[in-house]
Design a protein around this ligand. Structure first.
Ligand code: ASP
Length: 344
């Protein structure tokens, strides 16, 4: 009997993992992927076929735009039948946004798409990049005995943890434990072996894989805070440029109960805008029935984000708004769990 070697496509977008210091001004700038492979000869030891694709130009992920997500989705689609899994090397700054967006843009996914990066460039002593890259490749190529992918999801692998991509937030600007998914358990942990937490990994879709690349980015985020002014709330909630506003609220979905604030929220909702309530707390969920301040938002027409992250709420809105110009269509799907991004 002959066994087919699993195959992985390594997609390099930029980020610290592949940067080195420019002696001219001592800032970190991306270097080419050939050098990256030289730095990690361990990859050659896997019984995997590994190919690579490098974006040009390589970018610091602070420059990521939805056009890059579209390019990524198209690249994955073009190569979908040729590979068992995909690893996306990406800067950490916006990795949670990209992983969230891709989780919505890839329809009927039945293969792993693993985002990873590092806090220290791969060429530096004590880099976290090597371990992150090596484990991500192993996970992307992991197959069950029946040939199905072990993790048919968009994920982030970082510092020994495999996390659902649309549940993640960057929680540390410097430390190696850069990502957490406070409202969802890790899908796997890398120790001596990679231990998969199969109970919480999504089942592969049985539908036909496809991509949705039409995104509508007319979304604002309003983080409420003590001292927020009427002018600011008005500009964001009633501004012409936005179809939807993510309200980042206190605790379990509460906001100021002052009349002017609720009047603007009501006015915004009555103009048909999509208002989505996401808590500022990393852990826990929005429950607008608990306090009068939350109930007032619900009565004004604000929808609950449950335990969704802001990064995921943004990707979900871009995706749903790209599907239809009808805000009522978007509202009908917003509170539903589409890709494991929201707990029931
Ligand atoms: N600024 C870098 C980026 O996000 C940071 C990193 O890669 O960790 O591209």
């Amino acid at each position: 009997m002959t066994y087919k070697k699993a195959s992985v496509l390594l997609i390099y977008t930029g980020g610290t993992i592949g940067m080195k210091e420019d002696p001219a001004d001592q800032t970190l700038k991306p270097f080419d992927f050939g050098s990256l492979m030289e730095e990690v000869p361990e990859l050659r030891k896997f019984a995997l076929k590994i190919d690579s694709f490098t974006f040009d130009p390589l970018i610091d992920s602070s420059d990521i735009e939805p056009t890059m997500w579209e390019k990524l989705a198209l690249l994955i689609q073009d190569n979908y039948s040729r590979y068992d899994g995909f690893v996306v090397l990406h800067g950490t700054d916006t990795m949670a946004y990209s992983a969230s967006a891709l989780s919505f843009m890839l329809d009927n996914l039945d293969k792993p798409v693993i985002f990873t990066g590092s806090q220290l460039p791969i060429g530096r002593p004590r880099t976290d990049g090597k371990e992150n890259l090596i484990s991500s490749v192993e996970i992307a190529g992991a197959l069950e005995s029946d040939g199905r992918a072990t993790v048919p999801e968009v994920c982030i692998f970082f510092n020994d943890l495999l996390l659902r991509g649309n549940r993640c937030t960057k929680v540390d600007a410097e430390g190696f434990e850069a990502f957490r998914s406070p409202n969802y358990p890790p899908l796997a942990e890398a120790g001596i072996d990679i231990r998969y937490n199969r109970d919480v990994i999504q089942e592969a879709s049985r539908g036909v894989f496809g991509i949705s690349t039409r995104l509508d980015t007319a979304v604002s985020i309003l983080k409420v805070h003590p001292g927020i002014t009427e002018r600011v709330v008005e500009d964001i909630l009633l501004g012409d440029g936005t179809r939807a506003v993510i309200l980042e609220t206190f605790g379990c979905g509460n906001a100021p109960s002052r009349d002017w604030f609720l009047d603007i929220v009501r006015e915004s909702a009555s103009r048909g805008k999509i208002l989505f309530n996401v808590t500022q707390c990393p852990r826990g969920r929005v429950n607008m029935d608990l306090y009068a301040t939350g109930r007032a938002l619900k009565n004004a027409g604000v929808l609950s984000g449950g335990d969704i992250t802001t990064e995921s709420a943004l990707g979900k809105l871009f995706f749903l708004m790209g599907k239809s110009n009808d805000n009522e269509y978007v509202k009908a799907y917003l509170e539903k769990d589409l890709r494991g991004e929201i707990s029931k």
